[in-house]
Design a protein around this ligand. Sequence first.
Ligand SMILES: Cc1cc2nc3c(=O)[nH]c(=O)nc-3n(C[C@H](O)[C@H](O)[C@H](O)COP(=O)(O)OP(=O)(O)OC[C@H]3O[C@@H](n4cnc5c(N)ncnc54)[C@H](O)[C@@H]3O)c2cc1C
Length: 431
Amino acid sequence: MAHIVIVGAGIGGLPAAYEIRELLPKEHKVTVVNSVDYFQFVPSNPWLAVGWRQREEITLPIAPYLQRKGIAFIPKAVTAIDATASKLTLNDGEVLDYDYLVITTGPKLSFSEVPGAGPTSGGGGGFTHSICSVDHAQEFFKDYEKFLENPGPLVIGAMPGASCFGPAYEFAFILDTDLRKRKLRHKVPITFVTSEPYIGHLGLGGVGDSKSMLESEMRNRDMKWITNAKTTRVEEGKLFVTQLDDLGKDYKEHEVAFILSMMLPAFKGVDAVAAVPNLCNPRGFVLIDEFQRSKTHRNIFSAGVCVAIPPVEATPVATGTPKTGYMIESMVGAIAHNIRDELEGKPAVHKGTWNAICLADMGDTGAAFVALPQIPPRNVNWFKKGKWVHLAKIAFEKYFIRKIKKGNSEPIYEKYVMKSLGIVRLVDHKK
Ligand SMILES: Cc1cc2nc3c(=O)[nH]c(=O)nc-3n(C[C@H](O)[C@H](O)[C@H](O)COP(=O)(O)OP(=O)(O)OC[C@H]3O[C@@H](n4cnc5c(N)ncnc54)[C@H](O)[C@@H]3O)c2cc1C
């Protein structure tokens, strides 16, 4: 009997647990360890932050759903990983042995890289908000309610080293839509401050016509922007930004005033994972091979935001590569197949396609992109805008949460619909 332990029950971890459970014979044990006892659907946080969702609509208790599938659940944080002895230490001192470890711990939100930035509840200086967790999105909403009584400038964007730019755009457009609905938009100058070299870069070198489409959307919505923005510090109501030129030289200093601000931070790997000798790169992201497996610890696999992926290209201000939901599910699929094969005495040969598909809401419309593969040059590279994306994003939220409740990581109809669009999770290793 093998014991497979999955650390982190987010967008990657729960589908991993379901898929591994489904593929492995019952004699093997599957356990999920997560620092909190609930699942949060992170992509809905921008809606929570403007009051379009309630916390209960986008979070679920994990235990009953895993129990139903015969998966053990431990709601504790992992504080140390002994990769040589294959043991985990949990926050109450409990020690857990594993035969295979799947690390899906998502990001550590690295607010401290910019003095003054980030909510104090996340270890930050308290002058900007985040929407990276349900708690942070709720904190934003509290301040947003006060802001609506006395509106003024808003600053939204992404810090140097950030990799997840889509939600910053989504949030700026959602706020714009919400303020227009409230007839308050005329009182709120919005500035988008981003480390990307141009609007629509997205950490991906752009996707299709993302640059001109997002610029055009921002112009139509009266938003100003600063790109190549190296935010150096934040004080109460003021963001200090050094804008670089295309050669990476200082070009202009800005002091951007705001009443309310949300700046996505740079990500790192979580402490317990980053501390494992030879497992991670200097930022604490797990170094994996093409089969999602640690390069040094062969019984450790990893998927999601916590894996190391090199930037798509060098940019004047550092930017990272985003890890999006479908791409994460493709990583998870490869891991489940590889662990099954290895337990059957076969070599691990499965690779995720890492195809990137994203639906970005804009409040009343939306933008979708497909990048196949994610790293250019690509076979499929399109970016389209339309009201249908807003509706599709709502449908996706309901669909994903239902999948988590049902415990089915890739229902058969999803597989066939995606296949008909030429989008698959696993590389065909027989070709
Ligand atoms: C605001 C926002 C919106 C996004 N919107 C989209 C979108 O619309 N579409 C899209 O494709 N992608 C989106 N993404 C990107 C990506 O899909 C999400 O970040 C996704 O949540 C990443 O999944 P993950 O499993 O890697 O990490 P997470 O979902 O963050 O899960 C990590 C889990 O690990 C747990 N954990 C961490 N440390 C420990 C520890 N030491 N011990 C035990 N448990 C631990 C955490 O509690 C958490 O439950 C968005 C990202 C953000 C931040």
